[in-house]
Design a protein around this ligand. Structure first.
Ligand SMILES: [Zn+2]
Length: 162
């Protein structure tokens, strides 16, 4: 962010107590912290935790994790539960944070969680999702889109729980 998002004035660096140097708009006289999106992605586990849900979306024949953007005003955990409910029609519990990575192409901080579904019933999957399928844990590293951020999150999750 090189210019103020309110007035367009070039930003300068200014010292802020406990923060260090922070971009500052001399015209607005406001600190301008970087703006980016926040999203969640989830390993949705079957009730017995032996399977993981992978989905296909946006007309692409590649498996990814259920994911979505965090709304202003909600917690990341609420976003996890809401997205799984909206997209898959399932209620989840045991929502656990795993790790985060910044995804430059969409200016998004991705927060990866795991959660456990109340059921394996996929009859409530919405139109937003082209295909949803449960995979055995051991199948998922090959089944998920290769060299994707989703795969990185999945492998880290599997290694953690192994
Ligand atoms: Zn300004």
């Amino acid at each position: 962010m090189k210019c103020c998002y309110e007035c367009g004035t070039p930003l300068v660096e200014k010292y802020l107590e406990k923060e260090g140097m922070v971009p500052y708009c001399p015209k607005c006289q406001q600190f301008r912290f970087p703006i980016f999106n926040t999203a969640v992605s989830m390993e949705v586990l079957s009730p017995d935790k032996t399977r993981i849900l992978l989905i296909q979306q946006y007309g692409k024949k590649r498996n990814i994790l259920v994911a979505g953007y965090v709304n202003r005003g909600e917690s990341a955990e609420q976003a996890v539960a809401r997205e799984v409910k909206e997209e898959i029609g399932l209620t989840v519990h045991d929502i656990t944070f795993n790790e985060s990575q910044f995804f430059e192409p969409s200016n998004t901080l991705m927060l990866n969680f795991s959660c456990v579904a109340d059921s394996e019933d996929l009859s409530g999957v919405t139109d937003e999702v082209d295909h949803a399928e449960w995979y055995e844990r051991s199948e998922t590293p090959q089944a998920i889109a290769q060299n994707s951020l989703a795969q990185q999150f999945l492998l880290a999750f599997l290694n953690r729980k192994a």
